[in-house]
Each structure stands twice: as C-alpha cells, then as structure tokens.
Design a protein around this ligand. Sequence first.
Ligand SMILES: [Zn+2]
Length: 93
Amino acid sequence: MEYQSKEIVCQNCEADFTIEPDDFGFYEKMKVPAPVTCPQCRQQARMLFRNFKTLYKRPSSLSGKMIISIYIIRILLFRFMIFSNGGVMTGKA
Ligand SMILES: [Zn+2]
C-alpha cells in the first residue's frame, strides 16, 4: 500500500508533526496505530517510566552472582536476561 506524508497535530501539546510514508509501513508491519502525539511528547511519556532512582539487588542471569541493577527481578523474570557488566562484555560471569 502506498502511503503519503501526513501532518498531524499532537493531542498533548498541539504542535504539528509529520509522519513519513516509511513510518506508516512500519506501524502496519508492527500492527500498531499511528501515533497521536509528537515525538517529544512520546519521549517524555517513555521517560516517565524509566527508573533512574532505584537500584535492585538481583542475581545475574548468566552467573547467578548478585549484582546491582535498575531492573527488579520479579517484573523481568521471564522477559529479559540481566547480566553483570563482566558477563556482557566477555560472555563470562
Ligand atoms: Zn506533543
């Protein structure tokens, strides 16, 4: 399907932003709707959920050694593997 650029008014800040044809293809491929907020407002929304303040003690997914992480274990237990820095850089614990 051929798409054209589309000017959209952000539903949050009312700034104009453009969605390019390639972006529509990506949204269709990912089966998500086109955004209704501008890139800056989406970035702000993503930043709200970033954890900068709290550190958690949890075992490394590679070695089982206790490490300090920004990810809490019970949320990410089955979704992501968290490694210590040494494990990421060398493949060893
Ligand atoms: Zn906005």
